[in-house]
Design a protein around this ligand. Structure first.
Ligand SMILES: [Ca+2]
Ligand SMILES: [Ca+2]
Length: 334
């Protein structure tokens, strides 16, 4: 929306989508928000101190000035959005507010994530297209220096300042950032006929892959080795465990809010009898049994409930304890 005729586009017409006072537990999704200067507040002033919870998902932002959103206090979750041509500043937590920013795509953006406030806001950045300072030039992301005496920080190197501190009360699916961009371009906004997610996903080549971890990309030892000779695996291969003392370990697993989570293990076991070993999550071990899948090229899924921490610092490890294990292809956090 643009209101022509006002001196700076919006001195008369201020925020496009503001959330304040006792409003909370709000989701803003599948909007095409464009050609507007001050897009959205959460919290009307530095004394509007409710700990609001707001989610922004699958929105498309183009040609926008700032406040994407401008957040005071509370907890905001920003995922699977597409931002293009931010001309002033973007996601802007203040007054100690926390924002979880994941699987978004930013390009042609000035100051896309920053805080300047008497009490700085904090961000947890996961799996966005930009992940280091080297990505700024790649996506035409630019930063201006902080000015004034008010505390200020900018996400110029795309690192997290604080782990998002609360568990999200819902489940959700994240997509690779380029898939998020494609979904937003094809599904967000009016005139898109609320296209079925499946058809858009098909068009965008998207499957929810961000919480799938290939075991072959992790650490291994004790005789457990990388292998790719039995067909049907995902990724580059799988790990073949030794009989005893072997391990395969995946670090930096995202706990998706933490708490009880389903770990979906893809494996093959070509002997006729089951094999047992240890599943160790963040140092805590439990017994795990893999049943026969008939052949080494027959891969099946097994769900196990585990307890994960919030944030992306979980470690999942398989250990052989005398019976060998299945060949393990991947794990997925649901
Ligand atoms: Ca083996
Ligand atoms: Ca694999």
């Amino acid at each position: 929306m643009k209101c022509p005729g006002t001196p700076d586009d919006d001195t008369t017409f201020d925020g496009l989508l503001d959330i304040k006072n006792s409003a909370s537990f709000i989701t803003v999704s599948y909007n095409f928000i464009h050609d507007h200067a001050k897009v959205g507040l959460i919290g009307a002033s530095d004394t509007d101190s409710a700990e609001r919870r707001v989610t922004y998902a699958h929105n498309r932002y183009e040609n926008v000035g700032s406040r994407l959103p401008f957040q005071r206090f509370g907890y905001t979750h920003v995922y699977n959005n597409y931002y293009n041509n931010i001309t002033g500043s973007g996601i802007n937590p203040r007054m100690g507010g926390h924002v979880l920013i994941e699987n978004n795509f930013f390009e042609n953006a000035l100051n896309p994530v920053f805080s300047q406030s008497s009490i700085l806001g904090q961000w947890d950045l996961r799996n966005n297209n930009a992940r280091s300072s080297a990505d700024n030039a790649r996506f035409n992301i630019r930063w201006t220096a902080c000015s004034g005496s008010t505390p200020c920080q900018k996400a110029t190197d795309w690192t997290t300042t604080a782990t998002f501190p609360i568990a999200l009360p819902y489940t959700y699916t994240t997509y690779a950032p380029e898939v998020s961009r494609c979904i937003a371009l094809n599904a967000a906004g009016s005139g898109k006929g609320l296209r079925e997610a499946a058809s858009v996903l098909n068009m965008c080549g998207g499957s929810p892959t961000n919480d799938v971890y290939q075991t072959e990309n992790g650490a291994m030892g004790g005789g457990t080795v990388f292998e790719n000779k039995n067909a049907g695996f995902n990724g580059a291969g799988y790990v073949n465990s030794s009989t005893n003392g072997g391990f395969a370990q995946i670090d930096n697993v995202d706990g998706r809010g933490g708490g009880a989570k389903t770990l979906r293990i893809r494996f093959a076991l070509g002997v006729s009898t089951a094999r047992a070993g240890r599943l160790v999550v963040n140092g805590v071990g439990t017994n795990i049994t893999f049943n026969s899948t008939g052949t080494w090229a027959t891969w099946v899924l097994q769900n196990v409930t585990v307890t994960l921490n919030n944030g992306a610092a979980n470690t999942i490890r398989f250990e052989s304890t005398g019976q060998d294990l299945a060949n393990i292809d991947q794990v997925e956090v649901l």
